[in-house]
Design a protein around this ligand. Structure first.
Ligand code: BV8
Length: 224
């Protein structure tokens, strides 16, 4: 059986990283148009660099939780097919748990050169003067997909959506596209669909099954 799993900020919430749209979430404290769009970066690049320096500092010391670990165990132990993990998260907790994950929104731990597209591990405190190790130009930005930018890995994800037997969305509000549209695509191809969340997402009605509760309890129970 081919399993496709999509995760969102809810899977990292219990690692202390918070979410975006819950009470006190990132987008309730920052204007996403200023810090998570190319226009915002063009307008005030320092503000954006500071925002991602804060996100990296906030993630420092965060440990993968029981949900991340259960998904990594599933990926390594599932013998009746393949498990593909796609995440909207820009933290590296899936990797820290031992998973391979496709980061469709990039990762704040990766720096990218806007001039030559080179990527390298981001320093904890990124500066606008950081020079690209490949081309030497000071065109550094976080390798994060902002609103209005095309997510990474879409062709590969589309292929998995076409062939998945089971699509599972974990800890995502179903607000952001194209990720929020994946359940409809999977259903249209005949996949069984399961949502695992703290509360029903905006697209909960499109799932065959909805399992509610904190990810550190619901995900290990579902994987078992
Ligand atoms: C694009 C990186 C064109 C930044 C992010 C229709 C089609 C296509 C596009 C659009 C469309 N309609 C609108 C658009 C434009 C836009 C969009 O979706 N806007 C929204 C606001 C309406 N989309 C885009 O711009 C995308 N690009 O469309 O390009 C294109 C598309 C396809 C093909 C060719 C061209 C790019 C979007 C990427 C933006 N970048 N992240 C950063 O992180 O700094 S997205 C942003 O939301 C977040 O960063 C996060 O990654 C993402 C999703 O949020 P969630 O993970 O769901 O988090 P949220 O807080 O919302 O929800 C948390 C959930 O967890 C809740 O349900 C909660 O109940 C649950 N939870 C909480 N605690 C727990 C828990 N669950 C379990 N256990 C717990 N303990």
């Amino acid at each position: 059986m081919k399993i496709l799993i999509l995760t969102g900020a809810g899977v990292s919430a219990e690692s202390g990283l918070g979410t975006f749209r819950d009470k006190g979430g990132v987008w309730t404290r920052y204007d996403l148009s200023e810090v998570a769009t190319p226009e915002g970066f063009a307008r005030d690049p320092q503000k954006v660099i500071d925002f991602y320096n804060m996100r990296r500092a906030n993630a420092r010391g965060a440990q993968p939780n029981a949900a991340h670990l259960a998904l990594a165990r599933l990926q390594s132990e599932y013998t009746r097919g393949e498990v593909t993990l796609v995440t909207q998260n820009v933290d590296s907790l899936h990797e820290a748990a031992g998973s391979d994950a496709l980061h469709m929104h990039g990762a704040h731990g990766v720096a990218r050169c806007a001039a030559c597209d080179a990527r390298w591990p981001a320093p904890l405190v990124m500066s606008l003067n950081d020079q690209c190790p490949d081309c030497g130009r000071p065109e550094t930005r976080p390798d994060v997909v902002w609103f209005g930018e095309v997510p990474h890995h879409l062709p590969r994800i589309a292929g998995h959506l076409r062939t998945a037997d089971l699509f599972v969305a974990i800890g995502t509000s179903g607000t952001v596209y194209p990720a929020a549209g994946f359940v409809a695509e999977a259903r249209a191809r005949g996949a069984r669909t399961v949502e695992i969340n703290l509360e029903p997402s905006q697209v909960a009605g499109q799932f065959d099954e909805v399992i509610l509760g904190p990810a550190t309890e619901t995900v290990p129970a579902w994987v078992a």
